[in-house]
Structures are given as C-alpha cells and as structure tokens.
Design a binder for this molecule. Structure first.
Ligand code: 26M
Length: 822
C-alpha cells in the first residue's frame, strides 16, 4: 500500500534527505550555500534525534504507566563518546543516512567528525558506565543513568616539546543537540547551616535542617538508544544553578552584586570534572558535586515513585540504585534523610528500604584512591548527614559488638569513622553498610577485596559479596569502529553475535581455514594502514603497516607501567646499536593516554616516551626497525582509531593493581594478541582464549606481596642484569634529554630507590616474553590463527553478559519491551 513517510520518523534515504534540509533551514537557520559542515552535522543530528524521540517518549510512557522495576545507575562520570554514529548503528539507518548525505553532495565521515564528544569522565569507570547504559537499553531493561553535567569535561591534551599541556574542554561551546533541558523538573539541594530538633504532630522526635545555602539542580536528558530495539533509556545529568528566590530575594535584599556573586558560586558546582587519580586533599567542591547530583537524583526518584501512585514504603521494590564506586555513596545517608526527615518514616523502616535499594561496585584497591572526608569539612557542609552517619554507625557497631565480643580492634576497623589525628568519614564503609550487594569488577579484584580492604565486611556479611567481571559493548567497540572486521565475521557466521557475543564461538573452526586467515590478514592490514594514514596526516610520521603495531593506550599511571614498555624499547634499541645486522622484526610502539594534571611522575613518563621517540625514530642505525609514537589526546573518539589497528595489546600493570581493565577486552575483540600480567580481567581473558594464545609474564599478585614482605631491593635487579642496567643508565645519562641528566632523575631514582610497582622485578620476564612475541609475529599464519581464536573466545567480555549478571544477581529486574504507538 502507498503511504507518505513522516519527515520526523521516516527512515528512507529520500525522507532523511528532506528532513536534513528541513532541519538545516529551521533549526540552524541556514541555506546550503552558507551552511558550514558543523551546520550540517547539527541538521543530521537533529534528524536522527527526531527518530529517537518517538521511541524515547514511548519508553518513558511505558515505564510510567506500567508497574516496572527500574535500575538507577548513579555515576559521577560518563564517557559515552560521540552519539551520532552510535545512534545510526543502533537504529539501523547508517546506509540510508549516508545515502541522504551523499545525495546532498556531502560526506558522512566528515560530518561525523564534527561532533565534540562529552568527556564527562576520566577513563575506565566512566566508559564502563556508558557501555552499561548501552547494554541496559539493548537488553530492554528499564534504566536511568544519573550524573553530573560538567561544563568542562576532561581536559584536551596537547603535546608541546614532548610534554603534556592541558587545554580546557569547552564541549558545549557550539551547542549540544543530544540533550533536552527539563527546567520544570528542577530540584533544590541544601548545603551547610545547622539542624534543630522538634516534635511532630504524632509527638515523635524529629530533626529539621536549616541550610545556609540552596542550589537548584536542572536536569538535562540525553536519549540512549538500544541496538535494534525500541527501548531508549535516559541519561539524566544535573546542572547547578542559583535559585532566584533564595539568594535574590530573601537573603540578599538590596545587595544586587552580592546576589550575582552567589549565583556564580552556585554555578561553579558543576563547572569542572576532577581527575580521579590525583590525591583529593579535602577538595570541598568535589564533595559538593557528589552530594549535589546524588540529592537531585534521589529526590527525582522519589517524585517518580509517588507520581506512579506507589506508597513510599515500596520504593525498594520499584527501584534499585547502583553506586558506581564511592563517589555517590553519600546517597545512603541522603535517602535516609529524605525518608526519615521529609517523608517521616521510622528509622528502621527507612533503613530496610535503603539497604534493599542500594548496591555498591568497587573499582579500585589502591589505598590512596579510597575516599574519606575530613569530619569537620563534612559536618560543616552536611550537618544533618553527619548526624545520620553517626546514627547508622552506632546501630551498626552495636551489631558488630554482639558478634565480636571483646574485640575492640574489629570495631575500630569497621567503623564508618576513621579515628586518629583527624577524624574522617570512610565512604567505602558507608557504601558497604548501606547496600545489599557489594561487587568487584574482575575475579581477582573481588578476591583481593575480600581478603584485603573489605575483609572485615566480608567476614561479617559474606553473602553480600559477588564478582561481576566488566564487559564492553560490541556495538561501539566492534560494529562501529571496525566495519571491515564486522563485515568479514558477519559474512561467515551471520549477525547474531552483535547481541549474543558468545556466538563468536562459531569462528573457531574458521581459524583452521587458510583462505579465511588470508582475508583476516587483509582486513587487519587495511585497518593498520588507516591508522598509519591518520598518524602521517597529523604527526608527519611514516609508519610501516607490516611492522608489529604494539599499543599501550590508557591513563598514564605508574601502576600501569608505561615506563616498563619504554625499558623494552630502549633494550631493543641498545641491541640494534650493538649489533646493526641483528634480525629484529620491525615494531611500531604506539602510546596514548592522559596524565592527571597534578601527577608529576606521570607527566614525566609522557616526556620520557616522546624523548625516546625523538632519538629512536631518527637514528639511522635503527633503519626504521623501531618507531615510537605518542598519540595525543586519548579519548573515546581517538581510541576508536586505535583499538582496531593493534597487533599487540599491552596490559602490563603490576599484578594486583588493575581492578579489571576494559581496554584489554576492546583490543582482543578487534583481533590483537595480549602481552600481560596476571592482573584484573587479564586472568579471565587468558583463561577464555587459553594459555597458548596469550603472552604471559611477570610476578603474580601473591609474588608481589611476598617480594615486598621480604624487603624488595630494586637495585639488586639493576646490579645483576646488564641489559636492564644499560637501559636505565642510558636514561640517566641524558642520552634522551640532550645531555640533561637532571630531567629524568626523579624517574630513575624512583625506580632504583623504591620501585613500588616492581618494574625491575618484572623486567627480564617482560623482555623474554617480548622476544617470544617478536618470534611469533614472524609466522604470520600462526599469528593470525591465534588472533582469530582470541576473537572467537572473547564473547564473555560483552557488557551484555555483565548486565545480565547484575540483573540476575543484584538488581532482580526483568526486560520490558517497548511498543510504538502509531
Ligand atoms: C586516586 C588517587 C591516587 C591514585 C589513584 C587514584 C584512583 C585510581 C583509580 C582513583 C580512582 C580509581 O578508580 C576509578 C577507576 O576508574 N577505576 C577503574 O575502573 C575500571 C572499570 O571498573 C577498571 O576497569 C579499572 O581497572 C579501574 O582502574
């Protein structure tokens, strides 16, 4: 039958072309002759958004009208990456939009390149939240992701004279077509002031909080599409604004400029994202940010609950709240405050609801990363929450006392308050006490949690602990970034793998097929050429696409050991210098990653990488056998060029330090082999792909503990290993720093005097393993077989699997399918 497509929903390329022209005119206010590429990007983005809105509205409507349980992901960080291309993939309209755009004489790739990605996170934790939002929508699980709408996200990185330079990320400058502000849903958040007791109508003892300041939270909603389903979830990010009434009238009558100051102070709250790997020396603004977004989110949830006509007592049956690390852990005290002070529930009832509603994911074991807040700071900002935490603690410790009679150490270790010089609130303890489930992000990480930082909680409540190994979404990390490999795989095994990644198993037998291996190699070579072209265009460096692309891309941190990788590069360099005719397989070492702005050693590691590159890349003796590239500004957009092009994935953290890692999964999914330690999810990846197909080296986490217990002396390794000594001495000599011996002295000293991450202890094992890699790469056919087996067996590491586990084991939620009303 004949029907005309609606311009807002139609999916044919003709309709899309008309809609894009329409949006260019009516939203951008431009006609083709004067439109910029960015105008076209906006027109296409609005065209795609229109197609999402229909599904989004029906999703929200369904959840509102039906009695469904909703997952609320609370995360201070989200790294969704560019939205446009992902939505094209999920809606299944990539080809149609490409055709529409080309018919208008434009090129889709260059339009996609216009989008500024929301860099609202530091790294792994924020990207995990984005993968989980994708999987929740794809699996049709009702979900809302709550967070902070930072005006400035993670800084952009430039490299000048080999050093990192930070540039502010003005991602909202040209507008954001993906968000819809909802000022009508603004909520008020209180800060400071004092509390006072009163007696309510029932004669019950109550407390009210008289704040010093009130800030408004304005929600900005972004649709998150699922893959080929109607479900479109919401990422709701809060922006802080000054409430007109509070500061402008009641408080500052006649003080116009004072009122403007107050407005500026309020709006500072959501100005900037903090780096997570810099010691947070009592940064008050960070605590304010955390409380602000958590209070907004919980108030919003209670409102939704009551709007659905449900009684407050059933809150935990309709919502489950996942704490993405301790950043939102203040939510435990805030929900108690809302239930007890504002909804007038009795303490015990409120506590039951709270404990059943919350669950906590831990993402790091590093002691310096465990959040604690000085009690004074906390009490002056959140006086009511401090009282509530005292009450929670008292009741909790009463329980502990009964169980561990006469063990005061136990009490001190479990307490929500760290005693000593200055008292501090332990946010991880608040999260544990207030949650019904606690999970680690990889098997080893969960075991180490249970025997380490959270041991006392594990002894108390073993049933609360579970492992849920991280996963990544195959939509972005395969389909979107690697269309060539996607096509090859789909041609052979169909496309079910896109939502059931375990179907990759069907590739196993193809590893034995020489013709398939040859095609696989052709794909990998083409993808490597793409990256080489990009690097040529942006850095003027010519790379050999037949060399081993050996890539380490992640935040720069001593525990991740980028400098161990550098020691290997220098070792190879020295070997060639000593023996110019040595047959070494050509290698291209590629690094990417940001250092926290205040983390001097990490910044020096970047300078070391670029300095070694300067020398090695231009040394004629090396005959281009080694190239070292530092790709600036590692973010989601740039990472998408990197993962597909790797032959070798560097996952070389000190065992016991990397909670999981997720880059390891993205590389492997795209056919890289891994060189790695027994750390985080590496262990499970190695088990999945089988030991023969993984390059393992280094001490185990137990070895590391023993090594340190015996009094680790890094100098011993230095003194007894000539190649290691030569590499370190070369750095110390000023060879890579124009004779400046002082430049890398702090790094050399740290390695020789302390070496807290045991690079020297793992050096020889790493070098031996890298030699095996070099050998193995010579046999391209076997290498390819191994790469295919890696992909065939990586299915477990889909975020769909992880989300299914959260649903079954922690959240107790079910899918709800969305039907579109015509
Ligand atoms: C803080 C201060 C000083 C040094 C380090 C830190 C710090 C380190 C890690 C603070 C927070 C950290 O954790 C947050 C985070 O991003 N963790 C990452 O979470 C990913 C998703 O679960 C994991 O894959 C990564 O292994 C883990 O590092």
């Amino acid at each position: 039958s004949f029907h005309i497509e609606d311009d807002r929903t139609g999916l044919s390329s003709e309709t899309l072309q008309r809609a894009i022209a329409d949006n260019l005119y009516y939203i951008q206010g431009k006609f083709p002759e004067i439109a910029t590429l960015y105008d076209y990007y906006m027109a296409v983005a609005y065209t795609v958004r229109d197609r999402l809105l229909h599904r989004w509205i029906n999703t929200v409507k369904t959840y509102r009208e039906q009695d469904v349980k909703v997952v609320c992901y609370l995360s201070a960080e989200y790294l969704p990456g560019p939205h446009l291309e992902n939505n094209l993939v999920n809606l299944g309209i990539y080809d149609q939009v490409q055709q529409a755009v080309e018919s208008s004489g434009l090129d889709l790739r260059s339009i996609l390149a216009q989008e500024e990605e929301p860099g609202l996170g530091n790294g792994g934790l924020g990207r995990l939240a984005a993968c989980y939002m994708d999987s929740l929508a794809t699996l049709e699980i009702p979900a809302i992701g709550y967070g902070i709408r930072y005006e400035y996200g993670i800084f952009d990185q430039e490299i000048r004279e080999g050093w990192q330079v930070e540039i502010t990320d003005k991602w909202l400058r040209l507008g954001n077509p993906w968000e819809i502000p909802r000022p009508e849903n603004a909520v008020e958040v209180k800060f400071g002031g004092y509390t006072e007791p009163y007696t309510d109508d029932q004669g019950d003892y109550r407390v009210r909080w008289i704040p010093h300041q009130v800030v408004n939270g304005i929600p900005y909603d972004t649709p998150i599409s699922g893959y080929r389903v109607n479900t479109t979830s919401t990422m709701r990010l809060w922006k802080a604004e000054a409430p007109e009434s509070f500061d402008f009238q009641a408080f500052n009558v006649g003080d116009y400029y004072g009122a403007v100051d107050a407005k500026i102070i309020s709006e500072n709250l959501t100005k900037v994202l903090y780096p997570n790997d810099e010691p947070i020396q009592g940064k008050q603004l960070r605590l304010e940010q955390q409380y602000f977004f958590v209070s907004c989110s919980l108030q919003n949830l209670l409102k939704i609950h009551l709007l659905r006509g449900d009684p407050i007592e059933t809150f935990h049956e309709k919502f489950v709240i996942q704490l993405n690390d301790t950043h939102p852990a203040i939510g435990v005290a805030e929900l108690m405050r809302l239930l007890v002070d504002e909804y007038l529930l009795h303490w015990q009832k409120a506590w039951d609801i709270t404990q059943q509603a919350f669950a906590y994911t831990n993402h790091t074991l590093l002691p310096e990363a465990l959040e604690t807040w000085p009690l004074n700071l906390f009490g002056s900002l959140l006086p009511r929450h401090l009282e509530i935490i005292y009450e929670i603690n008292q009741r909790f410790l009463d329980q502990v006392r009964l169980k561990y009679l006469g063990n005061p150490d136990k009490l001190a270790r479990l307490s929500l308050i760290e005693e000593g010089g200055s008292k501090r609130i332990r946010m991880a303890h608040l999260a544990c006490v207030g949650s019904h489930a606690i999970n680690g992000v990889a098997a080893l990480h969960t075991e180490l949690l249970k025997e380490g930082v959270l041991k006392d909680f594990y002894d108390l409540w073993p049933h609360k602990f579970t492992n849920i190994t991280n996963g990544v979404t195959p939509r972005r990390w395969m389909v979107l970034i690697n269309p060539r490999l996607t096509q090859l795989i789909t041609r052979e095994i169909g496309e079910t793998w896109i939502t059931q990644l375990e179907d990759f198993k069907r590739l196993e037998s193809l590893a034995e097929d020489p013709a398939f291996r040859q095609e696989w190699r052709r794909v990998k070579r083409a993808v490597k050429q793409d990256l080489a072209d990009y690097i040529q265009a942006h850095q003027g460096l010519t790379l050999n696409p037949d060399s081993i692309f050996d890539i380490q891309a992640k935040r720069i941190h001593e525990y991740k050991r980028q400098h161990l990788n550098v020691l290997h590069i220098i070792t190879l360099y020295n070997r060639i210098k000593h023996n110019p005719r040595l047959a070494v397989p050509p290698r291209t070492f590629i690094f990417g990653g940001k250092a926290a702005p205040g983390y001097q050693m990490a910044k020096l590691i970047i300078k070391l990488i670029t300095s070694v590159g300067e020398v090695v890349n231009h040394d004629p003796d090396i005959c281009d056998l080694i190239k070292v590239v530092f790709l600036p500004d590692f973010n989601v957009t740039n990472s998408q060029r990197i993962y597909p092009a790797a032959d070798l994935s560097e996952q070389i953290s000190t065992a016991g330090k990397e909670a999981s890692g997720t880059g390891n999964m993205k590389f492997s999914m795209n056919g890289a082999l891994t060189i790695g330690t027994l750390d985080g999810a590496n262990i499970e990846i190695r088990e999945a792909v089988e030991a023969d197909n993984f390059f393992l080296f280094g001490h185990t986490s137990e070895d590391i503990v023993d090594l340190k217990a015996q009094g680790y002396v890094p100098k011993t390794f230095y003194n007894t290993n000539p190649a290691l000594k030569e590499a370190i001495d070369l750095i110390a000599s000023g060879y890579f720093s124009h004779g400046n011996r002082a430049l890398f002295q702090p790094l050399v000293d740290q390695l020789l005097q302390a070496d807290p991450y045991c690079l020297l202890a793992d050096y020889q094992s790493y070098i031996d393993c890298q030699d095996q890699v070099g050998q193995a790469f010579q046999d391209q056919d076997t290498w390819t077989k191994t790469a295919i087996l890696n992909v065939a067996r990586i299915g477990r590491f889909s975020s769909d699997r992880a989300i299914r586990e959260y649903c079954r084991e922690i959240w107790w939620v079910n899918p709800v399918s969305i039907h579109l009303e015509e």
